[in-house]
Design a protein. Structure first.
Lengths: 345, 237
């Protein structure tokens, strides 16, 4: 019974991901791109959720793990013959090594987790505002290293020539992997201890829980998922450091907040809802026809709308669209003395 | 041990020993230093002078969670429930915190919720609990760590008088069935007198008296500190 109740927690987000993939199959190939992009965003937001949602500690730094994952998968999958053209200063080992699609994603996850571990060891002692600012510093540092250190990637150039393996299926399977791992983590003893620490750090310590260690575990897993999502992303479209910086940080955090940051369902709902809106507005900035009316919005509209939406949700519904709750079967109450209508009928 | 806050001494040369299998009462008026003492014992504060020994080991510099893992549990004066978690999860996670398996944690939770009369509320979020239930949840959570020593910080505060005997029974069960040592801080003198093997009285950061309940009851100094001047005068008349 309890196991079944737990599985509905997984079924909700997984069904949403599959639903998005199926709709993506049905639409035209130009619209399909939006669905693939959305599913990659789901992976990024789920990665954010694993740390932020379970710990209650804000991180502005996760896109640096996405970026490092994208760099790792990108550098290792550009065909060796094309590397000198876009990455002339690449270090020898990276220049000579080329791996396939799946290994590149695994290595992206590994890179994300290693960076998260290095950064987390000192930073997981912080909470609240200090944690937010410090993780923002991480974003800045990693951004500048990737941008100007061209021995490990294209530097200021755009990552062209990466095989475009992230189609609808790869994006959907990737998102499902992220959802499944996030689910397994939050039901594990580690996830449960961290959620207790989120509710009350002092009481958690009194129960023997090392808040620092539990945050670090979540941060490393979250870094691995973010790196993995970065790998998916670089296999979708040619990226540069600007695409993996402030805008992406903002929009993915908005997705988490709008959906409801304390539930996996919220992370997925937020990613889908805001992505849908964002894609529609992005298209409208270029002029589209919606239900017969021509819509042509000025550039910048989408960020304004998404920002306003996030503010409105924070004010009117602080728990997000899902209220920060998982999909659950309605609780069965003990009704020894009051049989229900169906039982007596 | 002693503890000062910016020059003000909250505790002055207080020495307290708690053995397994006994209940020690810690009483004194507000501001006597009871909470400071509990915080130092449980690792949420450090003494300015002196040390904390746990089964002979110097744990003065250990963080709270490490003491928790070595058999020292505590409850809090104010609600510290994990509010978004269910009542059952609150108890389970406390057991997970000291490293037991999820299966064993679930078993302990079922047992403790039954013992403390919370079985019917097991699936409610802790935020929905009434005050008295919340106090009992705190005790259940402390016991879920299977502690050798438990510090109960005002477990009867705000509890309806009718529920106090149940709490007294739970405290005795911790001592007798689990063999743990209990430090019981409370203002409910009837409870203290009933369940404690020894009583330690603090006043203005100093030990005022220490002894068996009968000795303490007879000590007028304690009455003066604890019940106030008027009570003493009434007794004298």
């Amino acid at each position: 019974m309890r196991r079944a109740a737990q599985l509905t927690e997984l079924a909700g987000p997984a069904a949403l991901v599959l639903g998005a993939a199926l709709v993506g199959m049905a639409v035209s190939s130009s619209t399909e791109t939006y669905f693939v992009d959305t599913l990659v965003k789901v992976s990024i937001v789920v990665a954010l959720y694993v740390f932020i949602g379970n710990s209650g500690v804000l991180s502005f730094g996760h896109v640096s793990f996405v970026a490092l994952g994208a760099w790792t998968a990108g550098v290792l999958s550009v065909p060796a013959s094309e590397k000198p053209a876009i990455m002339p200063n690449l270090a020898g080992f990276l220049r000579d090594t080329t791996v396939g699609n799946v290994p590149s994603l695994a290595l992206a996850a590994l890179a994300g987790s290693v960076l998260a571990l290095l950064v987390g060891l000192p930073l997981m002692r912080l909470s609240g505002l200090a944690a937010g600012i410090a993780t923002f510093a991480v974003l800045e540092i990693v951004h500048n290293v990737l941008r100007y250190y061209d021995k490990i990637g294209p530097g200021l150039n755009t990552f062209s020539s990466v095989p475009e393996t992230t189609g609808l299926w790869q994006a959907a399977i990737g998102a499902l992997i992220a959802v499944a791992l996030a689910f397994a983590y939050q039901r594990s003893r580690f996830g449960r201890q961290l959620r207790a620490a989120r509710e009350d750090p002092a009481a958690a310590s009194a129960a023997g829980i090392s808040v620092y260690r539990q945050r670090l575990v979540a941060f490393v897993l979250s870094g691995a998922l973010a790196g993995f999502a970065g790998g998916l992303y670089v296999h979708l479209l040619p990226l540069n450091t600007e695409a993996l910086y402030l805008d992406l940080t903002f929009v993915t955090l908005a997705m988490l907040v709008v959906g409801g940051s304390t539930s996996l369902l919220g992370a997925v709902v937020g990613a889908l809802a805001v992505s849908g809106l964002d894609s529609l507005l992005a298209a409208a900035e270029n002029g589209i026809d919606v239900f017969g009316a021509h819509l042509d919005l000025p550039a910048g509209t989408r960020v304004i709308v998404v920002g306003a939406l996030m503010a409105i949700v924070l004010i009117a519904r602080p728990g997000g669209l899902t209220g920060g709750r998982e999909l659950r079967l309605p609780p069965r109450r003990r009704r020894a003395e009051a049989p229900t209508a169906t039982e007596s009928a | 041990m002693s503890r000062s806050f910016e020059g003000v001494e909250a505790l002055r040369d207080v020495s307290l020993e708690l053995r397994r299998g006994e209940v020690v009462g810690l009483i004194g008026p507000n501001g006597a230093g009871k909470s400071t003492l509990v915080n130092i014992l449980s690792g949420f504060d450090r003494p300015t002078r002196g040390q904390v020994l746990l089964e002979g080991r110097d744990v003065t510099r250990w963080p709270a969670h490490r003491r928790g893992r070595h058999g020292l549990a505590r409850t809090f004066q104010h609600s510290h429930a994990f509010r978004a978690l269910s009542v059952r999860e609150n108890v389970e996670v406390a057991a997970l915190g000291v490293g037991v398996s999820p299966r064993e944690a679930a078993r302990r939770a079922d047992e403790l919720l039954e013992l403390l009369g919370l079985a019917d509320e097991a699936d409610l979020p802790a935020a929905a609990l009434a005050h008295g239930d919340e106090r009992r949840l705190g005790v259940a959570r402390a016991l879920a760590t299977d502690p050798r020593f438990v510090l109960l910080d005002e477990p009867a505060a705000g509890l309806p008088e009718a529920e106090v005997p149940e709490l007294a029974a739970a405290v005795r069960s911790v001592r007798d069935d689990h063999g743990a040592g209990v430090l019981l801080i409370d203002h409910n003198m009837a409870l203290i007198m009933e369940v404690c093997d020894r009583i330690h009285v603090l006043d203005q950061g100093e030990t005022l008296a220490e002894g068996a309940p009968e000795e303490i009851r007879g000590n007028l100094d304690v009455a003066a500190a604890y019940l106030g001047e008027s009570a003493v005068r009434e007794e004298e008349e």
